[in-house]
Design a binder for this molecule. Structure first.
Ligand code: SF4
Ligand code: SF4
Length: 183
């Protein structure tokens, strides 16, 4: 893929089929190569998935009440993609890998958006798709009281934090391996 020029919108990483296959192969390779060292990464992925599953009923309820009649569905113009933390979670939690990035460029529409909404189960969507609370969702949360908003924001922050820790632990493990000569 061409590198981004300054001032141009960011490009989704691993957007074509060979890069998508390569990044997933590489992640799988490193997880299998150092299973003991990757245990911490794996534990963090398990905690992350569990926090995301905790969020699921609330997000599902919001979607059920709002998305069905939405006049301007966010997915029609969203520009989401899977990042490293998304892929690590999918690999480590043994979840199915989607066939590719949702978009190949910022000019495309998400390939998983269909007449019935998202074609991906929530657990295997990019995190940004769960993280995004549209104005209607925020208003609905607000109607349930400030505490409800605070709880949702705190839960999203916990997920964000676990994603960062898992990704850092993975990179640190790779760095240690490289420093040791990759034996
Ligand atoms: S999340 Fe909000 S903007 Fe997106 S489809 Fe649902 S109601 Fe519409
Ligand atoms: S992956 Fe699913 S939730 Fe995310 S933008 Fe595409 S259709 Fe919407």
């Amino acid at each position: 893929m061409k590198p981004n020029r300054p001032g141009t919108p960011p490009l989704p990483p691993w957007a074509d089929a060979p890069h998508w296959a390569a990044v997933n192969h590489t992640i799988g390779y490193w997880l299998a190569k150092r299973p003991a060292a990757m245990r911490r990464v794996s534990r963090l992925a398990g905690r992350l998935q569990s926090r995301m599953d905790d969020l699921d009923p609330q997000m599902r309820a919001l979607s059920r009440s709002l998305c069905h009649d939405c006049a301007a569905p966010c997915c029609a113009h969203a520009k989401p993609w899977f990042d490293l933390a998304d892929l690590l979670r999918l690999h480590l939690c043994r979840l199915p890998l989607p066939p590719g990035q949702p978009i190949g460029s910022v000019h495309e529409r998400c390939r998983y958006f269909g007449p019935k909404g998202c074609g991906l189960p929530r657990r295997i969507r990019p995190w940004i798709c769960t993280w995004y609370l549209c104005p209607a969702m925020k208003r609905a949360l607000n109607r349930n009281g400030a505490e409800s908003v605070q709880r949702a924001v705190a839960a999203l922050d916990t997920v964000k934090n676990l994603r960062r820790r898992m990704e850092t632990a993975f990179i640190d493990t790779l760095a240690a391996d490289v420093q040791a000569g990759g034996q």
